[in-house]
Design a protein around this ligand. Structure first.
Ligand SMILES: Nc1ncnc2c1ncn2[C@@H]1O[C@H](COP(=O)(O)OP(=O)(O)OP(=O)(O)O)[C@@H](O)[C@H]1O
Ligand SMILES: [Mg+2]
Length: 253
């Protein structure tokens, strides 16, 4: 693969079957992320974003096209936070978060627990270490799943609407945490989000998908300095990018 490219999907086609009907979902999608790049992916609901992440992670195979990753095998080297958080119901919040460190960073369980506990406060989850997922709110589960995914320290991490269940204040806080964690560890990240501000705030580059069957309709560079302060969202350059992406989403780019 091209030098510096960590992860790429090339000419991806995917059609599902729904009863007797074909459901073309991805119709020739090309996306790529350089090593350590933060790539955002936006597009209308149902266009195939989660499908693409599963293909990138190696959980499904495309009908045509190929996924390239700097390491083989992909499974195990790419972390995926699915759209519905996948916390294990029989583990406490702390042990769910620690799982990323046990499996990903190969820490012993006591060390993983200690490192996980240290992060809970930043996520507004201190006091809930011993709670089981069933007794947490949707937003708390989502933050736990994000922590677990990120602490696993994989070279590439795919995030499927990781902050969708959060209120806007918590959401901007977690976005800042995410940027600083990414700046620290520099994994390659692909983030799916419906929130255009979030895509701009976090990404180096944003792909816009069409309605299903998805194609890439635009690829927009986000050339804003990092770390990005809260106020970045109202800067003229940010607002211009937002207008451009909204136009592209409306299909008028
Ligand atoms: N395993 C599957 N079997 C059959 N159809 C599927 C399967 N997974 C996804 N689809 C279909 O593929 C299309 C794209 O689904 P996908 O979940 O990738 O969309 P999305 O862009 O992530 O949407 P959203 O923004 O709502 O999460 C949908 O029409 C969905 O019904
Ligand atoms: Mg989805």
């Amino acid at each position: 693969m091209a030098a510096g490219l960590a992860l790429a999907a090339q000419g991806i086609h995917k059609t599902y079957r729904l009863g007797r009907q074909d459901l073309p979902t991805l119709a020739g999608v090309d996306v790529a992320a350089a090593a350590g790049e933060f790539v955002g992916l936006i597009g209308p609901s149902g266009c195939g974003k989660s499908t693409l992440l599963r293909l990138l992670a190696g959980l499904e195979e495309p009908d045509r096209g190929q996924v390239l990753f700097e390491q083989a095998p992909r499974l195990g080297a790419i972390g995926l936070m699915p759209q519905r958080d996948a916390l294990l119901p029989w583990r406490t919040l702390l042990d769910n978060v620690a799982l990323g460190l046990e499996l990903g960073a190969r820490l012993s369980r006591p060390d993983a627990r200690q490192a996980a506990r240290a992060q809970l406060a930043a996520f507004g989850l201190d006091g809930f270490a011993a709670a089981y997922p069933g007794s947490l709110s949707g937003g708390m589960r989502q933050r736990g799943a994000l922590l677990r995914t990120f602490l696993a320290g994989k070279p590439a991490t795919l995030l499927d609407e990781p902050l969708g269940a959060l209120d806007s204040l918590t959401r901007t806080d977690v976005q800042e945490w995410l940027e600083s964690a990414w700046l620290t560890f520099q994994p390659t990240v692909v983030l799916v989000t419906h929130d255009v501000d979030e895509a701009i705030f976090l990404s180096d580059r944003v792909y816009v998908f069409s309605a299903r069957p998805a194609r890439v309709t635009a690829e927009v560079m986000v050339d804003l300095p990092r770390p990005r302060p809260k106020g970045a969202r109202t800067a003229p350059a940010f607002v211009r990018l937002k207008e451009r992406l909204l136009e592209e989403l409306r299909g008028r780019g």
